[in-house]
Design a protein around this ligand. Structure first.
Ligand SMILES: [Zn+2]
Length: 114
């Protein structure tokens, strides 16, 4: 199969062929455009470019794979109301436990009086 003339990143930017010296070509082939879209959604393009610059060439594939896995996890959390929603749920659980403890302490105090 012939390699597409454009990678996922350049297609994302609306190009039909890769820009000159495209850095993304080896990392995001056109078949991975959904993956690239997700990573832009979660991290933003500036962060992706910075990671590219700051990661040694041999570590890039692994680095972006790890970031993509984190992006998938973050998407799941966002889908369920985000981190804030999750924290609120935990807060509610803590409040319920506090009430149970207060109730039990009240029961213990009454028993001690009898
Ligand atoms: Zn490209």
């Amino acid at each position: 199969m012939e390699e597409a003339a454009v990678c996922a990143a350049c297609r994302y930017d609306g190009h039909d062929v890769c820009v000159e010296n495209c850095q993304w070509r080896g990392l995001f082939p056109l078949s991975q455009i959904e993956k690239f879209r997700r990573m832009v959604r979660i991290y933003g393009k500036a962060t992706l470019s910075r990671e590219y610059r700051e990661t040694p060439p041999l570590g890039r594939a692994h680095r972006f794979e790890t970031m993509h896995r984190d992006a998938l996890v973050q998407e799941v959390y966002r889908h369920r109301g985000g981190i804030a929603g999750r924290l609120q749920e935990l807060e509610n659980v803590i409040q319920q436990k506090d009430q149970q403890i207060a109730h039990l302490q009240g029961t213990i105090n009454i028993q001690n009086l009898e």
